[in-house]
Structure formats: C-alpha cells, structure tokens
Design a protein around this ligand. Sequence first.
Ligand SMILES: [Zn+2]
Length: 430
Amino acid sequence: MYATALHCSFCATNFPLTNLGTCPICGKAGEESALNETLGVEYDLAALKSHLDRDRLARRAAGIWRYHELLPVADPALRIDLGAGGTRLARLTRLPESQMVQKLFMKIEGSNPTGSFKDRPIGVAASVALEHGARGLACLTSGNIGSAMAAVAAKAGIPALVFLLGSAGGAGGAKHAAVSVEKYVQISAYGARVITPQGDLGQLMALANRVEQELGWSFMHNVQGYQPDGDKTTAFEICEQLNWQAPAAVFVPAGTGTDLFGLWQGFHIFKELGFIERIPRMFAVQPEGAASLAHAWKSQMRVPTLLAQVEPNVAPPITHRVSGYHAYKAILESHGGAVGVSDAAMLTAVKDLASGEGIYSEAASAAALAGIRTALADHLLDLEEIQEHGVVGILTSHGLKNTLALGKLYSPPPIVEGTWDGIQIYLSDL
Ligand SMILES: [Zn+2]
C-alpha cells in the first residue's frame, strides 16, 4: 500500500493511519467547527511513480477501485465493490451557458449505485473501517451517506445503524422527525436500522462515540479522514475523460466540503504523478443562508466561522452551519471561490438540466449549475481560461432522491377525455 499517513491541512502534522476521528491537535470535540474537518491521506507518490502510468490506468475496468494504489485499503478482499464511480462526464449543448462556454461539462454522480456521489467516499471509508475490524457500520446523516453506507454494509454482511437527521443538520423534536421520505425508505430497504435520536449535534456525537466504544461499531465521521480519498477518484476520472487534461474550474456543491477537498487532492496527485499539467480553480456552491465558505471567502477569514443559524432551503444535503477548513484551503490555494445560490436558482437549474439536457438531479446537485451561472454573472471566471480548458460542475445526486420536494414544481397531470378530439384540444398549443 502506498498510503503513508493522515495529514492535517491546518497544523500540517502527520498521524499514523490507525488514527481515528479529527486531528487531535486542531479538532474541537463536542463543537461544530471548521477545524474538525482537516485530515486527508498522504501517499508515497515517488514510489508510485515508477509503478503506475497513464496507459496502465487506462486499461483497467471503470470504478473507484481502478485507482486502488491511490486508496488506503490494503486488503483486496475488503475493497467492497458495488460499482461506484465510472460516471459520465456530460457535455452540455442545449442550455444558454453552453453557447457562452463551449466546454461546459457536468459529472453525473447520480448514476452511482445508491444515487449519489457518497458511494465513493463512503465506499472507501467503510472499507477502511472493515480493515480496522468494525463489527458494524454507523453514521449520522441527512440521507445520502446513510444509503451509501447501508448498501456497503449489506454487501459486506454486517449490520448498519443510521442516525437520520432532519434538514439543517439537526435532529427533529417530534416523534416522527421531518426527514426525507425517499431517503429513509432507501436506507431501510438496504436493511439498516434507522432512528432519529433527539438532541443537539454535540450530544449525538458523544452518543455515537459511546456506541463505537461499547459495541465496536464504526461511525463514518470517525473515519472521515479517509472519505476524501473516495472523492478524489472523481477528479481522476474527469482528467481521463478530458483526455488527461484538467478543466479551468470545478464547481462543487458543498456541505462539509469533503467532496471539494477530495477533488482538489485528486488533481494534485495526478499533477504530481505527471498525468496532468495544471490544477483547476475550485469553487464551492452553497445555499444562501447556509454559505459559511462563501461568507469566509468574501470576508477573507483565516478559518470559516460557525454561522449563527442556517435558513431552511431546498438543499438539506449542503446545509450546514460551518464547512471544513480543508475545503476552504482548497478554494484559497487553487485561486477559486465560493458562491451562495437561492432556492429559485437551484430549482430553475433542476428544471433546465432535466428538460434541456435529459439530466435529472437533486436540488442540492443542480446547485452546481446555479453556481456556474452566478460565477459567470459576477465575473468570477476568466473567460479566456474557461474557453480553453472548460468548466465542470459536479451533479452530486439523482433527482429521485427528493421527488417529494420537487413535486411542488409540477401540477398533477390533467384528466383529458380519451378521444381524438380530447387529445387535439390538449395538444393544441404545441
Ligand atoms: Zn491539525
């Protein structure tokens, strides 16, 4: 295995790969803090350089394990493979922006096995947990992590427990919390136990640690340092799909920001291996009223601070009071940025992608297109640079993930008389 250590992007300390949880120096137990998300895995790229080249990679089957030398799971038997990764990079051709930006692409992560990009980070982190001897898998989630983890647990033949949180990252107070129906049904179908425990996030984290200690189950946030490794395979695929080129800019819907950080790591690794020549500008897209990265970036903060509150919106998966420092660092060092987008902009993007390009995505995913539109309008992109190298948005999950919320956009189908006259009247405006 080429993984050597866990590295903190804030204090630059390296820790052994047996280390769990947050950085022991920077992490703030029981608190929400950007410094609870700083860890990533380091690799011996000098050694790997002589073993791996682009041709060798290109001959392998698609999927995250195609890049197994760049993932932290040593035992091939514990690389749980549900077919995550290998998703399409779709070039947009019919939206107005695709006329302005000739190379405008969307990475269709909703076609992953459980319908979201989380199959990559959780596929890797859960395999790491198994390698550490986990007797069961558990997580706190607003939905997509739970589905990805429950599916891996089912395939590995071990039990799964999901603490399902309501929107805005807080557990509901009622007997039946306001959680996404599509998500708890999907998680339950994989055989996981789903509960909505009451209490603030700090209390639930403490409870999770107790479950971990007493029962030997692994919570996904305690293997968080390994999650960006799954996300970085998205960057590897983008480079290969662009014929070993990196785009000018990448727009990533960002809750904790782990996906954005993982992508940035991936581009760096491919550059260090000599597979690509440049690093894209990394842009975070967040809902207005829950945009800690955009707030920090505009105010030139050293570390993103906790928002006093978040506003309810149509994108719970990317609604947090604070995002990770690791994502913020990726934005700053890549000379990217962060934008907030409204509910209306996200819902318009859902409709436009579906009706214009045949791509159905969750509102939190379509935020990527809304973010590109905002960045173009605000002149945050270098037009010459994006014409040459292109722009990629990460459509993180499938539209079927929040059908009920999107139901507000469309009227139920009208009742039409089943005759030629009836259908002619109905179609008269076409
Ligand atoms: Zn640290």
